[in-house]
Design a protein around this ligand. Sequence first.
Ligand code: GLN
Length: 503
Amino acid sequence: MNELLRKSALELADMLAAGEITSEELTQAALQRIHALNPKINAFLFIDDEGALATARDVDARRAAGEQLGRLAGVPIAVKDNMVTRGKPTTCASKILEGWLPPYDATVIQKLAAAGMPVVGKTNMDEFAMGSSTEHSAFGPTLNPWDTTRIPGGSGGGSAAAVGSFMVPLALGSDTGGSIRQPAAVTGTVGVKPTYGAVSRYGLVAMASSLDQIGPVARTAADAAALQEIIGGHDPLDSTSLDEPVPALESLTTQAAHDGLEGMRVGIVKELSGEGYQPGVLASFRHAVEVLKGRGAQIVEVSCPSFDYALAAYYLIMPAEVSSNLARFDGMRYGIRVEPKEGPVTAETVMAATREAGFGDEVKRRIILGTHVLSAGYYDAYYGSAQKVRTLVQRDFAAAFGQADVLVSPTSPTTAFKFGEKMNDPLSMYLSDIATIPANLAGVPAMSLPAGVADDDGLPVGFQILAPAHEDATMYRVAGALEAGLGGSLATRCPAAEWEEVL
Ligand code: GLN
């Protein structure tokens, strides 16, 4: 592989700024590796050679002319296929959106353009971001670069695999219940769900609007921090967008890597690290906690009893919102239109035929579930109770953050599982999110950082760091200190680092 692709986004940014390399050269190298490896791992649904190279050449010209450019100008990035890109395919990995070309750019896409970051393409995912393995993609699963017989996590497995296999240094994901963090955990990458509202959702195809959040995927904590600085900030086009300045996340992360965490109180969440967790995952988690201690953190144990009900509440609230958000795919406005095989052609029958043909099983399952929990007579018992649990989860967080500055847990109870292992058992698939969901219910920032590899199977383990809302900077500081204490990025140990581009 081209040696440039092994470097972090910030190393590349420095080389670009110093005029040692051009963005065109770097973007070309990324595209070449993507074309060579994608037939093997299926991380991308669309590769945009032309668009990415045009941005790269433009940035190179502006730099040559002496223009002051942004921190990551010229560094290529991949984007999950549920963020709309003007005139470029956006499918959400669903047949129902095949052929649709969005008429506008998501706010994050506009921000990447303003920052001069070439977008190399759109990454694979579970259909409409529903799943934990990318096996629910209508266009085939993505393979895990650590072991291609295993899942890369989901729903954002494409972004995680693209970054983990050195196709690109950075990607964007979206996290409704863990879809940035769990893929990061099982691919040895870094994945961040910022505070709800810290990054605009305008142009993110909605799954469950009260839970969805866009965030960075990277190989180092500082790379993720630099990217969050670019995509974060207030957006009047998103009514839930926070109107507050974005902190200097990158410098706080690198500073903590150097200085350590003297005085930082780190709380281990009792409910998120016991029964049901793979022994190798727990061992890596405990080792990382020791490393934090070694870096000056004070370790306490906290209890969040309502977290035991978070998964159940999520699987009522999320489908309720899904059933409403996905009503817009009616065969009239976007993507495919299917007419019924027999009988009259009316708005209703076309809608039914289009949704029958266009949606996969998991999407249908959630729409049916959501419609049921919102129906008269069941609303209070299901949706109403779930909203009460949501309040209890928020209270547990508030109490725990009285005792600790950040909370920690394993990101996922297991390492990457084998393809097919959970496809016929939706409930066991849903359990992959047991540790990630509380953060979405409460809107707090959370990230997954590689803790090492599990001693029982040699696969990457994710370490989750949660902070109070608006305190993403504290989370990044812990990540910076932990990563340095663990000896740097785990991603460099991924077998894909040795994959050559000739297949
Ligand atoms: N795996 C979870 C689900 O299937 C999370 C999805 C997400 O975060 N988009 O709902």
